[in-house]
Design a protein around this ligand. Structure first.
Ligand SMILES: [Zn+2]
Length: 363
């Protein structure tokens, strides 16, 4: 297949022609310079690396519904919030089925990888690992220990089978618990993540001690907080639709100005469909409503480029011959690719025939 149009990857947007075979990039040239082979399908579009959904709670997919009235803390707080009662009262089989349905939808939308905060201790990690087996979407699992104070045996058991730990938030945990978890993650070479400044502002000296690999939300962070996060080189995942349900928004323009490394996620599968494309469009438009516009390029990088750097595989965000990327062809006008991709992509515009056929080829 020959795609005439543009590439949008870690080197930015540019006009290009790309030849794909079996879902892999086999030739890249200037627009108009590659000749189609006999019988080769030629299309117009934009080639991008598969997007990453960098923050979900897929277990919640077991109960998809309109949020009941009340503050978000009552809904999602551990261990007795609405969401945890639903998780506790759902069967393992129901959760596995719901997670597989969510992963299947993500695959339909071209999502290559999802980073999930999996509650329910080691059992929760094992349940997601089991549900994700054989699925084309790569699942990065950040587990959460249940016992407080932290039980070292539980923590090391989770770290042995997960990709790291995702805590509730700094204010929900003691400094001792955060440091114990942070140290163990560091020693195991795994990710340490936590929610921060979601419903109320938390002080950076709490959520940056110990230094995490990933903060989620920062919807209530001040511009000074964002500068501190950027100076500490801590990556931030935002979930603008989830925040909007509870009348708040991250300051994306401020994050861009501060130079924060940004990721984007869809948060609780209970309330939002796990669609990174819908998240991008909403994020872009919402900043316009507030009169503090973010650039389409910053948001495009949050889905297509920055997560691969965070995962330690930056080369997977390069559309080039031999790169370990999973290219997607989007049937969009190739002019101004960042704006097109952020505001117009739907799963219907993904060219199926260009998708890789072999799952697991991806790093
Ligand atoms: Zn979350």
């Amino acid at each position: 297949m020959l795609v005439e149009g543009a590439i949008l990857d870690r080197d930015g947007p540019r006009p290009a022609a790309v030849r794909l075979r079996g879902g892999a990039v086999v030739e890249v040239g200037q627009r108009g310079t590659l000749r189609p082979h006999p019988d080769e399908h030629k299309v117009r579009g934009i080639v991008v690396p598969a997007p990453v959904n960098s923050h979900t709670h897929l277990g919640d997919a077991v109960s998809v519904r309109e949020p009941p009235d009340g503050p978000v803390e009552d809904l999602v707080a551990a261990p007795h919030g609405y969401k945890f009662r639903l998780l506790a009262s759902s069967t393992r089989a129901a959760k596995v089925k719901a997670i597989r349905a969510a992963l299947s939808r993500m695959n339909e939308e071209g999502t290559g990888t999802v980073v999930d905060f999996r509650e329910e201790g080691l059992d929760g990690v094992r349940l997601l690992r089991y549900a994700a087996r054989g699925q084309p979407v790569r699942v990065v699992i950040l587990g959460r220990p249940v016992a407080r104070p932290i039980d070292p045996a539980e923590l090391s058991g989770i770290l042995a089978e997960s990709d790291g730990i995702g805590l509730s938030s700094a204010r929900d945990e003691t400094a001792t618990a955060r440091r114990t978890v942070g140290r163990a993650c560091r020693a195991a070479g795994k990710h340490f993540a936590l929610h921060a400044s979601e419903a109320v502002r938390e002080r950076p000296e709490t959520f940056l001690d110990p230094k995490p690999d990933l903060l989620v939300h920062l919807a209530k962070a001040t511009e000074e907080d964002l500068l501190e996060v950027a100076a500490d080189r801590v990556t931030v995942a935002v979930c603008p639709r989830s925040n909007a349900l509870f009348a708040r928004q991250p300051n994306l323009a401020g994050m861009e100005r501060a130079g924060v490394s940004l990721l984007v996620g869809t948060d609780n599968a209970m309330f939002q469909a796990p669609s990174v494309w819908r998240e991008l469009e909403f994020a872009y438009v919402a900043t316009r409503l507030k009169g503090r516009p973010v650039s389409a390029g910053y948001l495009a990088r949050a889905a297509l480029v920055e997560p691969y750097r965070w995962l330690g595989i930056p080369e997977a965000s390069s559309i080039s011959v031999g790169a370990p990327c999973r290219p997607l062809v989007l049937r969009l006008p190739p002019d101004d690719p960042e704006y097109q991709v952020v505001t117009r992509t739907t799963e219907h515009l993904i060219l199926r025939s260009a998708r890789p056929r072999v799952a697991g080829r991806f790093p």
